[in-house]
Design a protein around this ligand. Structure first.
Ligand SMILES: [Fe+2]
Ligand SMILES: [Fe+2]
Length: 249
């Protein structure tokens, strides 16, 4: 008998094989599978066969140092981060301040290593305890500003968005409200400059090294001595979740 597997069945079989190789059972967070699986139905569980559940570092992921720095997150969780590095380089070349360069370097870290949906808000929240308020504010608002041109600042609506979302796409009302609020704000230009340096048409051959920004990060990011995730800040748990995203509890 020939058994034809659907793509989903093949993915599930591969996943079962993978979790059999691991000596711990991994149950994915609902957020990881929501959409592929119906979140109103019970979460399917891999067979545990008496194995213990994952309660620490996932062996499939690069191990993080005990007291991780922001640059460790770039190396082990956000790599290759070309988009971020190239944005920061572009800002630097235009003579932007260190605050702006840092904001460009960090503007999409939520996409690079955490959650894509509403990435500006997640990224800003993650960073808030560690950066100047203006930097996190700008990162939060760049998400909305990206959808609205400001020719006087040298920012056009991205052609890429027409390709990605179609010519008729309209941002949701909360995004439009955020844009209108930002326009009135004293830090409007900071968020706008993230957009100006936020290009998709980078030369893929240009390699920017993370180390080029070590000093700017050192001067502008309050690295906790206990390591990100372990300093008791209001967002420490978010950094820990990036370190161990498959922990059972
Ligand atoms: Fe973004
Ligand atoms: Fe971006």
């Amino acid at each position: 008998m020939i058994v034809v597997m659907t793509t989903l069945e093949r993915a599930e079989a591969a996943e079962r094989a993978m979790s059999q190789e691991l000596d711990r059972v991994v149950v994915k967070s609902v957020l990881f599978t929501s959409g592929e699986q119906d979140p109103t139905k019970p979460v399917p569980r891999p067979p545990d066969r008496g194995k213990l559940y994952m309660m620490g570092p996932d062996p499939r992921l690069p191990r993080m140092p005990e007291k991780p720095t922001l640059l460790d997150f770039f190396k082990y969780r956000f790599a290759p981060a070309n988009h971020l590095l190239q944005s920061a380089r572009l800002a630097q070349k235009s003579g932007a301040s260190e605050k702006i360069i840092l904001a460009c370097l960090l503007h999409d870290i939520a996409i690079a290593g955490f959650i894509r949906s509403d990435h500006g808000y997640w990224g800003a929240q993650l960073l808030e305890p560690y950066v100047d308020e203006e930097v996190s504010w700008a990162i939060r608002y760049h998400q909305a500003l990206r959808f609205f041109a400001d020719e006087s600042a040298g920012y056009r609506y991205p052609d890429m968005y027409v390709k990605l979302f179609g010519p008729d796409y309209k941002p949701e009302p909360y995004i439009e409200r955020a844009y209108l609020d930002a326009r009135q704000h004293k830090w409007y230009m900071t968020a706008r400059l993230i957009c100006v340096n936020d290009l998709y048409s980078f030369d893929p051959n240009v390699q920017v090294r993370l180390e080029e920004f070590t000093d700017i990060v050192g001067r502008n990011f309050r690295q906790p001595k206990e390591g990100l995730g372990f300093d008791g800040s209001p967002t420490a748990h978010m950094w820990r979740t990036i370190i161990t995203p498959t922990k059972y509890l």
